[in-house]
Design a protein around this ligand. Structure first.
Ligand code: HEM
Length: 204
């Protein structure tokens, strides 16, 4: 099912693309990961030194949180499903909407709006912009309201755990065809065709 894994795996593909292009962001993320009290050994009985990150671990990672938020702001993947049907005739900001009209949220325009996301250029990858409180409807990768993505929390935790495990051991570098194979296409989700990256083992 697209909802269960293609969404999260596609968002992770975007995350690796961004990391390959922004070594300075990757370094900050790895610095945060290196501070976690994770053991190199299997240590099931010792809760203070788990080998693998879990919910509690990734909940204490402010830079990781901003990083993932910024990936999903710049590369929202499920825009086409954020639509609603008017159940009655209504007027919104002077525009009359007839009953049964389908309304489709233009998430790209919202996510790249300078007024909502400035002063940093919204076309620049900048995790720190999420330190500033934004309009409640400025950030819509998971939709909004009662029909907001039911898997949101699960997807975020899954992404963060995977990134901790990956970046703890490896650094991501651009692959030869990173840019020319990227080609974003709209399929079940809005996805890059291919993401070419190289992994190098970290000396930690
Ligand atoms: C990064 C990962 C994901 C993204 C970006 C995403 C995005 C979305 C979006 C935009 C919607 C429509 C929300 C709306 O109309 O307001 C949605 C709905 C939904 N998502 Fe996700 N999703 C992700 C992961 C998941 C996962 C992992 C699951 C299940 C485990 C899931 C299950 C669902 C379901 C069942 C709905 C329909 C909810 C409803 O209609 O009430 N999603 N998702």
């Amino acid at each position: 099912m697209a909802a269960g894994y293609e969404t999260t795996s596609t968002s992770l593909a975007y995350a690796t693309y961004v990391l390959a292009l922004h070594p300075e962001v990757q370094e900050k993320l790895q610095a945060e990961i290196d501070q976690l009290s994770l053991s190199n050994e299997d240590a099931d009985s010792n809760e203070d030194a788990k080998k693998y990150p879990d919910y509690d671990t990734v909940a204490q990672m402010p830079y990781m949180d901003m990083f993932v938020s910024e990936v999903l702001r710049m590369y929202p993947i499920a825009n086409t499903v954020v639509q609603r049907r008017a159940v009655e005739n209504t007027i919104v900001q002077g525009i009359s909407i007839e009953k049964d009209t389908f309304i489709h949220a233009d998430i790209y325009s919202v996510h790249y709006d300078r007024e909502l996301w400035g002063p940093e250029d919204p076309y620049v990858f900048c995790p720190e912009r999420h330190q500033t409180k934004r309009h409640s409807m400025a950030y819509l990768p998971f939709g909004a309201g009662p029909r907001q993505c039911i898997g949101m929390r699960f997807a975020l935790i899954e992404m963060k755990i995977l990134l901790v495990r990956l970046l703890r051991e490896y650094s991501i570098l651009p692959g030869e065809q990173l840019q020319n194979k990227f080609n974003i296409r709209e399929r079940a989700v809005i996805a890059p065709e291919e993401v070419w990256v190289k992994l190098i083992t970290r000396n930690i």
